[in-house]
Design a protein around this ligand. Structure first.
Ligand code: PGA
Length: 328
């Protein structure tokens, strides 16, 4: 049986591929979709061994319909990269959530930093979220700071994005909300500047703390959190298992099916060293639980700031595990 640390939690990891504005033609999109379908089937078998990965492809709008057909009767899901804040009418060039729903789209990404920089404000993002929720579709809300400062101001920026983006939702809507933490400074980098699993874990704790403060305990624990920003086959294992996330939002590394597949493989089949680290982390968590100590906001904030000093000036902090991990 495949060893999978998260089997203890019986989690299903969502591995979302954000194809962005690629590939250039429907012919290439078809070929790529067939490869992703194969990967999804492979991990459906793995799911029986509890290494459970859910493949989600978010292609450009014009390819959604055909890819949905290709994925029919397979475990692969198709999503959208954005949606209109409007629900129809004279809105040239816009795509409504109802249209996406009618195509069988399962997830819609909202608030991606590339849409934010194209003009989406927190208010517009909150409206878009509402549109997606209304059509019973899962929404992936992207949040992430553009820069890091040593004083930890960026943590307030994350809190503000979270609060504003979720402002129009009721507690019941949260079953359809997934948060994607994507530090903007780590997106699209060529110099391996992804967050280390350890530092990401601090952010995950912080986001859950914010959800607890803004909503309640069950929303804080049940809401899925993904990571995005320069994920590669080399760092994916560390990010997922040491970062304690529920999946990934992958950009460039999903442009080629074999790179995406290498990421899936490295997550589903952790290296021995990572298993040991993970087990040590779990033992530590158990001790904390038994001592009934909970991280306070200030403490988690302090830890994040400390950790982030190490990624100052765009230098990657890679854990020993991530460095040792090679594409298998
Ligand atoms: P990247 O993009 O993986 O190419 O950094 C992530 C994203 O934009 O969601």
């Amino acid at each position: 049986m495949i060893y999978c640390p998260n089997m203890h939690k019986n989690k299903k990891l969502l591995i979302a591929a954000n194809w962005k504005m690629t590939p250039p033609t429907i012919q290439e999109a078809r070929k790529k979709a067939l490869l992703f379908k194969g990967i999804a089937k492979g991990y459906q078998r793995a799911a029986k061994a509890k290494a459970s990965l859910q493949v989600l492809v978010c292609p450009p709008y014009p390819f959604i319909s055909e890819i949905r057909e290709i994925f029919r009767n397979s475990p692969a899901l198709v999503g959208a990269q954005d949606v209109s804040e409007h629900d129809g009418g004279s809105k040239t060039g816009e795509v409504a959530s109802t249209m996406l729903q009618s195509l069988g789209v399962s997830h819609v990404v909202v608030g991606h930093s590339e849409r934010r920089s194209a003009g989406d404000t927190d208010e517009v993002i909150a409206i878009k979220l509402g549109q997606v929720i209304r059509t019973n579709t899962q929404v992936i809300l992207c949040i992430g700071e553009t820069v890091r400062d040593e004083e930890g101001e960026y943590l307030n920026a994350i809190k503000a994005q979270l609060k504003a983006g979720l402002a129009r939702l009721s507690n019941a809507d949260f079953s359809r909300v997934i948060i994607a933490y994507e530090p903007v400074w780590a997106i699209g980098r060529t110099d391996n500047v992804a967050l280390s699993g350890h530092d990401l874990h601090q952010m995950v704790i912080y986001i859950r703390k914010m959800l607890r403060d803004l909503y309640n305990d069950s929303i804080a624990t049940a809401t899925k959190i993904l990571y995005g920003g320069s994920v590669t086959p080399d760092n994916a294992e560390d990010i997922v298992w040491n970062g304690e996330v529920d999946g990934l939002l992958i950009g460039r590394a999903s442009f080629e099916a074999n790179t995406y597949e290498a990421i899936c493989k490295n997550i589903a089949l952790p290296t021995h060293s990572s298993m040991i680290m993970r087990e040590a982390a779990m033992r530590k968590m158990k001790t904390i639980k038994n001592n009934k100590t909970k991280p306070s906001v200030d403490k988690s904030k302090e830890k994040v700031v400390k950790g982030m000093k190490r990624v100052k000036k765009g230098k990657a902090v890679r854990s020993a595990v991530s460095k040792k991990t090679k594409t298998r």
